[in-house]
Structure formats: C-alpha cells, structure tokens
Design a protein around this ligand. Structure first.
Ligand code: HEC
Length: 233
C-alpha cells in the first residue's frame, strides 16, 4: 500500500483520526506554551511602567462598568497613520499590570492608549457631562451621573490585594494606606478643577475616572524603549 493510500485509510477512520489529531495538537500546544510561561524574560516589562494608583484603579473599574471599551480601544498600532494621530505606538510591556487589558478593536471613538495629559482635567469633566460641549457633533453619550454619584470606597484595598495575586507589585504599605492615597489624589484633582471654577466633591466618581484617563499611556514615552522595531525583531 502506498503512503498515500495508507493516509486515505486513516482519513476514513473518523475516531482514530480525531484522536491522533488531538494528541498532535496537544503536543504542539505544550511545546509552544510551556517555555512561554516558564521563562520569566518573556514578560516584556518596562522599568518606567508602574501599577495604577488606588484612585486610578477605581477609575479603571468605572471605565469597565460604563463599557467605554465598547467604543474605545487602548492600543496604538505601529503604523504611521496611527502614530501620527495617537502618538507613540503601544508596547506589550505597557500592559503587564492591566488585568484584563483594554486593547479592544472597536473604534467608534478614538484610541485612548495615550489620552493621559492630552487635555486638562476640566476638559474631561465637561466632556463626560456633555460630550458635545467640548467636541462639536460628538456621538459619544453623556455620563452625567459620574459627576454626582459617590465612588464606592469600600473595596479599594481588596482590589489591590486581588491584583497582587496576579502579579501587580502593590506593597503592603500601599495596600494598608489605600484609602489615604486614594483620597489624597482625589483632593488634588478636585483642587485643580476648582481652579477652573468647577466645584465638585473629591469623592465623586468623575474624579477617579479623570485620574485614570490622565494616567493612560504616560508611563512610557517612547524613544529607546524596548527597541524591538528598531532592531527589526
Ligand atoms: C457610543 C460610543 C462611545 C462610548 C460608549 C464612549 N465614547 Fe468616548 N468618544 C466617542 C466618540 C465618537 C468620541 C469622539 C468625539 C468626542 O470627543 O466626543 C469620543 C471621545 C472620547 C475622548 C476624547 C478622545 C480624544 O482623543 O479626543 C475621551 C477621553 C473619551 N471619549 C472617553 C470615554 C469614556 C471614559 C467613556 C466611558 C465612560 C466613553 N468615552 C464612552 C464614543 C464613545
């Protein structure tokens, strides 16, 4: 029987073929996955990238709760059309503490990976209250309740602890003082808003969301970086 015929026979035996295919795929999977998980240096950390502060973490959870990811991606691809519009393209190492990451693929609105520092705090406040007031003709919905609803302060430390179990390096001291750190940063944002004649309590949800948005993409500023594109890898 020629090799071709043997294969024909095998193809005719559905169960045997299925089992053999599955075994082969499992071996292939292990060969790819085990080294990837076992070798520490496969996680491309960047020294500049630090975990979110307690307040920013709360803001991130609001971003998830409100489903902002349905319209906004957080990943700038390494194409000129993207880097000209959004800035330095995203590196894998920028997302090591992002669980789950917010890369997304839906861009009804612009990418937000480097929104941090693009606008003043007051802009974000006005934009969330009424997107058309800052961006003429915007189809983004308003999120007015963020301006008045109080941030749930009860879980901050526990969220940090949970993230630590998946590798986010929060220290014991940071977790112990989660509420203090959170409220201090919130007050400084409320103060900055007050200077632009926006009066808002520091414990409102909008403050946490602004903290999060202003942090996005600011740790890593590009340049040297991991150099993977420059090195042709
Ligand atoms: C229905 C789709 C949609 C949803 C949901 C949405 N956005 Fe937007 N967003 C847009 C569009 C469209 C724009 C561009 C016009 C504008 O600036 O309002 C935008 C713009 C923005 C900008 C300014 C981006 C820039 O570079 O100028 C920010 C910041 C932003 N959105 C944050 C959010 C946040 C935070 C949420 C969740 C609370 C959210 N968006 C939910 C559609 C959406």
């Amino acid at each position: 029987m020629s090799t071709e015929n043997k294969h024909r026979v095998l193809e005719g035996k559905a169960l045997t073929l299925t089992i053999m295919t599955t075994v082969l795929m499992l071996i292939g999977g292990l060969v790819e996955l085990v080294p990837l998980m076992a070798v520490e240096s496969n996680v491309p950390t960047l020294a500049e990238v630090k975990p979110l502060t307690p307040l920013e973490l709360e803001g991130r959870d609001l971003y998830l709760r409100e489903g902002c990811y349905n319209c906004h991606s957080q990943m700038i691809r390494p194409f000129r059309s993207e880097t000209m519009r959004y800035g330095e393209y995203s590196r894998a190492g920028e997302f090591v503490y992002d669980h789950p990451f917010q890369w997304g693929s839906k861009r009804t609105g612009p990418d937000l990976a480097r929104i941090g520092g693009k606008y003043p705090d007051a802009w974000h406040y006005r934009h969330m209250e009424d997107p058309q007031s800052t961006s003429q003709g915007s189809i983004m919905p308003p999120y007015k309740w963020l301006l008045t609803d109080q941030l749930d302060p009860s879980l901050t430390a526990r969220k940090m602890k949970a993230l630590r179990t998946v590798g986010v390096p929060y220290s014991d001291a940071e977790i112990a003082d989660a509420a203090g750190l959170r409220d201090a940063q919130a007050r400084s944002i409320a103060d900055s808003l007050a200077q632009t004649k926006i009066t808002v309590e520091a414990d409102r949800e909008i403050i946490a969301l602004i903290a999060y948005l202003q942090r996005l993409g600011t740790d890593f500023q590009g340049g040297g970086g991991d150099g993977s594109v420059e090195a042709g890898r």
